[in-house]
Design a protein around this ligand. Structure first.
Ligand SMILES: [Zn+2]
Length: 94
C-alpha cells in the first residue's frame, strides 16, 4: 500500500483533534516565552496583566501558564496593586 494514500485516507480521523492541538501548542509556546524572558519589565507586565487576570477569573491555571507574571507580582508592589484592582473589577462584573 502507498503510504501517502494511506495517510490521505485516515486524515479525517485526526481532523477533530486539530483544534485541540493548536490550543495545546499555543499554551506550550506561552510557557516557553515566559521561561525565555529572564526578567519582565513593568511595561511587559501591564501588557499581559489582562490576560493573566482573565485566566485567573476563569479558574484556569494562570500561574502555570504565565509563571513570570506571578513572579513579578510577588516582587513588584506597584504591579501587584494594579493586579488586585483589575481582579476586583473583573470579579465584580461577572
Ligand atoms: Zn512591576
Amino acid at each position: 500500500m502507498n503510504i501517502k494514500n494511506f495517510f490521505q485516507q485516515i486524515k479525517h480521523i485526526f481532523q477533530p483533534q486539530v483544534e485541540l492541538q493548536d490550543e495545546v501548542i499555543v499554551k506550550f509556546l506561552r510557557i516557553l516565552e515566559d521561561v525565555r524572558a529572564e526578567e519582565m519589565s513593568c511595561d511587559d507586565m501591564f501588557n499581559r496583566l489582562d490576560e493573566f487576570v482573565e485566566a485567573e477569573v476563569r479558574s484556569q491555571d494562570a500561574e502555570k501558564l504565565m509563571p513570570l507574571i506571578r513572579e513579578h507580582l510577588d516582587m513588584c508592589h506597584e504591579c501587584d496593586e494594579e493586579y488586585e484592582a483589575l481582579l476586583d473589577v473583573l470579579e465584580n462584573t461577572k
